[in-house]
Ligand binder design. Structure first.
Ligand code: DC
Length: 231
């Protein structure tokens, strides 16, 4: 069967990775969480002391980028792909609110973006890939056969993220989570290099009032139509 490229972009905590994983499982495609890659670079910058209250020392990070090696590896128990930074599994560490608070300025650095975009394009070069992020349909795979742009109200998104973090045992406040979601959206959509934007040919879906099952069926149908060449 023809394999296609599926790009899922959108604001933070809109459920991009959930739908991307569902599609990849159903279609037996590779799933790539590009946000995890930016988060791992932010974690690296924190570990190296490149982030202070004055912000990110971009120059130091750029000079050290050659020492950042990222790869994904499947967790045999959960079946999920997990991200490794220099051969260390950092999947849990990169999901904390501390990393969330630092990642957007790191993701705004062009040298970081070009390194990661290059790796993402290699991961998806054989097609049969579902990739989620902010610039997949606009920059990484502008020729993707199916592009989805997800949105939901900021409160709905913060509620989802808050639930995820507290269920995972993190003691965070809802207000901090909401502030982080809004701040990241602002930085991600106003940065100079590849800002978060809907590609002209992307299909916009607001899932504030949609349950996961309905969303999956709608998007899966779109994917099947593209694979069959019906649209
Ligand atoms: O999807 P996420 O919340 O895990 O992404 C973390 C951050 O990485 C997000 O604030 C913006 C950035 N990002 C990006 O700039 N480009 C991507 N393709 C994916 C994520």
């Amino acid at each position: 069967m023809t394999k296609i490229t599926i790009a899922i972009d959108g604001f933070s905590s809109t459920g991009k990775s959930t739908i991307a994983k569902q599609l990849a499982d159903w279609l037996d495609y590779i799933y790539v969480d590009t946000g995890a890659m930016y988060r791992a670079v932010a974690l690296f910058a924190m570990q190296q002391g490149f982030i202070s209250k004055n912000g990110v020392d971009s120059l130091a990070l750029i000079n050290a980028l050659g020492g950042v090696v990222l790869h994904f590896q499947k967790n045999e128990d959960t079946g999920a792909a997990e991200v490794f930074l220099n051969n260390v599994n950092v999947e849990k560490q990169i999901r904390t609110l501390e990393v969330s608070a630092q990642v957007s300025p790191v993701a705004a650095i062009s040298a970081v973006r070009s390194k990661l975009v290059d790796q993402q394009q290699k991961l998806g070069q054989g097609k049969g890939v579902v990739m989620d992020g902010r610039d997949i349909g606009t920059v990484v795979f502008p020729d993707a056969e199916l592009k989805i742009f997800l949105d939901a109200s900021a409160t709905t998104r913060a509620e989802r993220r808050y639930k995820e973090l507290t269920q995972g045992g993190d003691a965070v406040s809802f207000d901090d989570v909401l502030a982080n979601v809004m701040e990241r959206d602002h930085i991600d959509s106003t940065r100079e290099d590849s800002p978060l934007a809907k590609a002209n040919d992307a299909i916009a879906i607001d899932n504030s009032e949609m349950n996961l099952e309905d969303q999956f069926h709608i998007i899966l149908q779109l994917a099947k139509d593209r694979i069959a060449g019906r649209v």
